[in-house]
Design a protein around this ligand. Sequence first.
Ligand SMILES: *Cc1c(COP(=O)(O)O)cnc(C)c1O
Length: 405
Amino acid sequence: MRKIYFDHAATTPVDAGAAELVMQYMTGDFGNPSSMHGFGQAVRNALEEARKQVVAAIGAASVGEIAFCSGGTEANNMAILGAARANKQKGNHIITTAVEHHSVLSTCKYLAKEGFEVTILPVDHYGLVNVEDVARVITNQTILISIMHANNEVGAVMPIAEIGQMLKNLNRKIIFHTDAIQSIGKLPVNVDQLNVDLLTISGHKIYGPTGTGAMYLRRGTWWQPIMYGGGQERRRRPGTENAPAIIGLGKALEIAVANRVAYVKRITKLRDELVDKVLSRIPHVRLNGHPTKRLPGHASFCVEYIEGEAMMLYLDMQGIAVSSGSACTSGTPEPSHVLLAMGIPKELAYGSVRVTLGKYNTREEIDYFVEALTEIVERMRLMSPVAGSNCTPGACVSCSRAENK
Ligand SMILES: *Cc1c(COP(=O)(O)O)cnc(C)c1O
């Protein structure tokens, strides 16, 4: 059977060049980067090369601003817990949004138990936060703001540079964190242009190994570690570094950033074709998120009268991998918190399917997918007791269909 992978927001295959390096540093050139002998020092050098690759990719000022860790979730925990706890004397207010990844949202919610006040900002029908809304909820207690650069589910691109500029103008030394895990390699990511103090990335979303991540911490930002142990990563993240995988992350990031412009051009075109075909072939389907402020490979749909989970499984039976809701929430019966925060009614949110393209996808795969989806939706609607009976066109406020505009 044919196999098509359209779930790159969940994870990506490791780039062959990066995987080769991982293998090399796991087998032949192994060593503990903290060891003073030749084995260790060779790994140390390669690890520091990966750090330079991160510095170059995000426009950081120095290697001292980068700490590697075990992934995006840990990086987000380090950024948020570390900044909040270190600045507790200055204030106790944290601002985030309703559409963050759970590794941000749950961490902020947990901090309420440590005595912090957490404001969770709403988003508009496109999944975007409003800069004025952020400004409005800032108090003299606000110490930290965490807002993602691009959303993993609908691909909405947040106005991070504008928020960063607003904070700079305020000049209140509020720490600004952005989760750039979905945006790096797809959008320009520069810590000075975005005006952020903390920025987090993950290896496996950019063709690097799973279980690797990095946190950027602007020099001079008050922050404390969340774990204690050895002196690795300048005491920011103790524990023997996963050097082979981190070296792979550095390589994957370098490749992603170097090829970004060409990649975006190609993938945007493919994605637009996919969206056009799905919307024109299948009735009662809506595209979620903003028409232009979105990640290049992202397409999230709500298919009316259909259960997204079942649709995903039918596609899987034909060898096509997509997601219904975000990967982290699949398996739970609740519809995606992102779609609900965008004001999409629950019954529509249940019918969501997320297609995320990657660098190895082709036009031919798009056609195969559209054929399969059209046939599956037709079949499912024939079986559905509600299809056609209690139709509520226009109920989906982020609808992209002409009749609902
Ligand atoms: C995948 C993802 C994470 C979590 O990263 P892991 O490396 O899987 O822990 C966090 N934020 C966003 C936006 C993501 O897409």
